[in-house]
Design a protein. Sequence first.
Length: 177
Amino acid sequence: MKSSTPQHWHVLYTKHRHEKKVEQLLQEKNIEVFLPMIKTIRIWSDRKKKILTPLFARYIFVKVHSKKDFYDALSTDGVIKSVKFGSDYAMVRANEIFQIKQLLNLEEASDIKVENHLPRSGQKMKICYGPLIGLDCEVVNANNKCKVVVRIESIQNYITAHLPSLYLEPKTFIGNS
């Protein structure tokens, strides 16, 4: 295992629908854990109900400070493995975790979901208002709403949400980038 700094979070892959239980067990082990949750509407034949579901299905993020913490997290009931890309452990930067938390706390954001591919077309934008100010994103116009796609490079996933268009401004490019 490459040594991780406290600035990075490991990504653990859990059993199907075990994210909340794994979060609880990790907290009991005093391991810092982050399980991003979103409100979704579940529809049954006789009712609709708003429930909290994980933003990233089967993923949970842990910040470990030692190899012992890492192996304690891996040995937690419900954890299948640590996510890897090739031979490297998937690591999420602290600023990416912060941005996810900010997005989930933003009242104006709606229809938040995770995509593992980018839309084919879209304009590069920068968020110019609110807690996500300065964040680069890609926008897809759908039904007169701006659908923002935020790339989380560390785990090769994307978050989408609807934000008011007044929150966005065209991204300016410096040089030939």
